[in-house]
Ligand binder design. Structure first.
Ligand code: PLP
Length: 301
């Protein structure tokens, strides 16, 4: 994609490559940071206010006070895309603890001056792009998702050692992505996506120990449109292995069919009918401007 990724960092727009943070910053040494990722296609953000609601909630949950208001965050996000020159982009917004007083390696987190940065990258997919259409191969990982009692997964965070370890498991087995179980052995989510199972006219998704995806919320809305039932509930791994259809929901790719789980094809091994209908409706509605905010409407003229 033509263009160059642009960041807003320490009060200035700059090439992403120029934005650098200290090796003693708590974001690096303690993952003391929360973030959100919103997509824009055709220079139109999707559900921007919903992402900002979640971002602000994530910040509050770890006692980060953003030094910037919502309108300013929107304008900066729009400007990152505009300056990058991307038609289709994902914008990361990160709320940081900020350095310990005196820029030293350890300190009192209450004394830090909280900060933020934003950057735009080309739109991306959580699985290889061709698989986002033809169907992804999922691996049910041995690694468990860190429980909410330890790390509140409703806050979008960078404590991702569990997700990364599980991703290695998946890749080592030739799969595209891993899905993790909770400590109770129920399906939770994967690195960058929520999971759905289709049973007849009902869509089932795990209800606990996960990030409540904005795309997940969108699936609830689309299902209503399509006359499908939905339910967030506990689901054992067998529910996925035996499902006739399954899909992922994610900002990075939308609705992604799952066609293989562990060593076997899922259903008939092709993207499912309901999955395809939801996927089609998702992109049609986005293209028609549903929940859209144009980049141009946010830029200062
Ligand atoms: N779960 C995790 C751990 C994620 O990181 C993400 C998104 O990045 C999701 C689920 C899906 O959320 P959304 O639909 O808001 O992209």
């Amino acid at each position: 994609m033509p263009g160059e990724s642009i960041a807003y960092f320490e009060g200035q727009f700059m090439p992403l490559k120029a934005a650098k943070i200290s090796i003693v910053d708590p974001a690096v040494t303690k993952s003391d940071i929360v973030f959100d990722v919103v997509s824009a296609t055709g220079r139109t953000f999707f559900r921007l206010d919903d992402h900002l609601d979640r971002f602000e909630t994530s910040c509050r949950s770890i006692r980060i006070k953003l030094p910037v208001g919502r309108d300013e965050l929107k304008r900066i996000s729009a400007e990152c895309i505009d300056r990058s020159g991307y038609e289709d982009a994902c914008v990361f917004m990160c709320g940081t603890r900020g350095q310990y007083r005196g820029g030293v390696a350890l300190g009192d987190p209450r004394d830090c001056e909280n900060g933020f940065y934003v950057y735009a990258v080309p739109y991306y997919w959580v699985v290889p792009r061709d698989k986002a259409e033809s169907g992804a191969h999922l691996w049910i990982a041995e690694t468990r998702r860190a429980p909410d009692e330890a790390i509140n997964q409703k806050a979008k965070n960078f404590n991702r050692m569990d997700l990364t370890k599980a991703t290695f498991e998946a890749l080592d087995h030739g799969a595209d992505a891993a899905v993790l179980l909770s400590m109770q052995g129920q399906l939770s989510e994967g690195a960058g996506f929520n999971i759905w199972i289709v049973r007849g006219k009902t869509l089932l998704t795990p209800g606990e120990n996960l990030l409540e995806g904005i795309t997940r919320r969108t699936v609830f809305d689309l299902a209503r449109d399509l006359g499908l039932e939905t339910k967030a509930t506990n689901l054992p791994p067998e529910a996925l292995l035996e499902a006739p259809e399954a899909f992922l929901s994610t900002t990075a790719g939308g609705i992604i069919p799952v066609t293989r789980v562990n060593d076997r094809p899922l259903g008939n091994g092709a993207p499912g009918l309901q999955t395809s209908a939801i996927r089609q409706r998702y992109w049609e509605k986005r293209r028609a401007g549903w929940h859209g905010t144009t980049v141009n409407s946010l830029l200062k003229h």
